[in-house]
Ligand binder design. Structure first.
Ligand SMILES: Nc1ncnc2c1ncn2[C@@H]1O[C@H](COP(=O)(O)OP(=O)(O)OP(=O)(O)O)[C@@H](O)[C@H]1O
Ligand SMILES: [Mg+2]
Length: 390
């Protein structure tokens, strides 16, 4: 390896402290900003040398934004990155030197390659920018193509559109290795591949990790793949880290209710463990209005059967009146919610009896004040609809 260990073996490869990124929403006609999207909201974690840190969390929780912040592709509002004991962007580790040691593989294998460069030129580009003579850079590119299982005599001269998705992703991996980087961030790097190619690429990543002594941050939606690849797993929710732990321990004994709900959504072949309704449903709360403090607090709405559902992260009762439509919309996307049951009863009675059952206002009260208010409001809505239909 070209890069010596600056901080010693016990120094984390990357320490992330208090990373924050808020995207401002578009301004209205009067120039007033409509708020911010809290994409990453105070994320701190360590990545140790030689490990694979899996990152999981539902869509929109801020995984890719965190990855882009780690690569300094976007500037954080707050926070600090310490790479092997040296602060990124400081005199001891300028951004260019950091980028040589940390590389990223993006999900979209096609968009991340320059369509005008052949595969060997794509791989050789970064080493040349960092001062390697062209002949040596091309030699290194051909060597890496060989390492990722693409014969240089067949693939070196091809353009991105002349390769399959799996082959392109191998080129992207080769490109990430071209600077002899120590940390590779893989953002959904295998998600777009079919299962057989995915397995090949995953095994390739494991082989390369061993051969080059790499450290991975592995972002994926596929929890089984994360379990297979990772030494530790970090769970994100609404731009925050809710749990980090050793992979096997976390998958067997998740401590946080959100992690438990996420893990229980893994499909199983065991007929005794099948779940009829998904533990999480609907989209996450609106990132621009959602107060960070209520992120998945189970105490907000504990009574069964809502304990593991989305309700803990809905706005507090005193904020409901500001977003009635949003709240009801969320309620209607939660399987098992009284409103969802009421709606399906309504349409069933319409189909079976030819008339609407207007008795839906009388569904049983639930313990949560928030639900009662939504229920009453929605009950009035459906009754009005039923009256109009008659
Ligand atoms: N440039 C941007 N401007 C405004 N909002 C953004 C921007 N980039 C991301 N976001 C918002 O930040 C949030 C987090 O996005 P991000 O891409 O990090 O999610 P993710 O966890 O990677 O999701 P997925 O699993 O679907 O890839 C989302 O709500 C997204 O809409
Ligand atoms: Mg993403």
């Amino acid at each position: 390896m070209a890069n010596d260990e600056a901080g010693g073996s016990s120094q984390p490869m990357l320490s992330v402290r208090g990373l924050v990124k808020h995207f401002p929403l578009k301004k209205d006609l009067l120039g007033r900003s409509a708020g911010v999207v809290r994409a990453v909201d105070g994320v701190s974690f360590d990545v140790f040398k030689g490990e694979t840190l899996g990152v999981v969390g539902e869509s929109g929780c801020g995984k890719s934004t965190t990855a882009r912040l780690l690569m300094q592709l976007i500037t954080p509002d707050q926070g600090e990155l310490v790479f092997d004991g040296q602060t990124v962007g400081s005199k001891s580790l300028p951004l260019k030197d950091y980028r040589r040691q940390a590389q990223m593989v993006f999900q979209d294998s096609y968009a991340s390659l320059n369509p005008r460069l052949t595969m060997e030129d794509s791989i050789a580009f970064a080493p040349m920018v960092h001062g390697l003579p062209e002949r040596e850079a091309i030699e290194r590119a051909r060597d890496l193509l060989e390492r990722v299982g693409l014969a240089p005599q067949r693939f070196a001269e091809r353009y991105p559109h002349e390769l399959s998705g799996g082959q392109r992703q191998r080129v992207n991996i080769a490109r990430a290795l071209a600077l002899q980087s120590r940390l590779i961030i893989l953002d959904e790097a295998v998600s777009a591949l079919d299962k057989s190619v995915e397995a090949q690429v995953l095994n390739l990543l494991l082989d390369l990790k061993e051969a080059f002594g790499l450290t991975y941050i592995f972002i994926s939606h596929d929890l089984n793949v994360v379990r297979y690849m990772s030494d530790r797993v970090m769970v994100m929710y609404l731009g925050q880290v809710v749990e980090v732990g050793d992979s096997e321990t976390l998958f067997k004994h998740a401590a946080h209710p959100y992690t438990q709900a996420l893990l229980s959504s893994i499909p199983t072949l065991d007929p005794d463990k099948r779940t009829e309704t998904p533990p999480l449903a609907g989209d996450p709360p609106n990132r621009s209005t959602h107060p960070a403090a209520v992120a998945f607090t189970p105490a907000v709405c504990t009574p069964k059967p809502f304990a593991a559902k989305r309700c803990p992260c809905w706005p507090q009762p005193n904020t409901v009146s500001k977003w009635p439509a949003g709240c009801m919309w969320r309620a209607l996307r939660t399987p098992g919610h009284p409103l969802v049951r009421a709606r399906s009863n309504l349409w069933r009675s319409w189909h079976e009896n030819g008339h609407l059952n207007t008795g839906i206002c009388r569904h049983p009260p639930v313990a949560c004040h928030l639900h009662r208010r939504q229920e009453a409001r929605a009950g009035r809505f459906w009754c009005g609809l039923a009256r109009a239909a008659r």
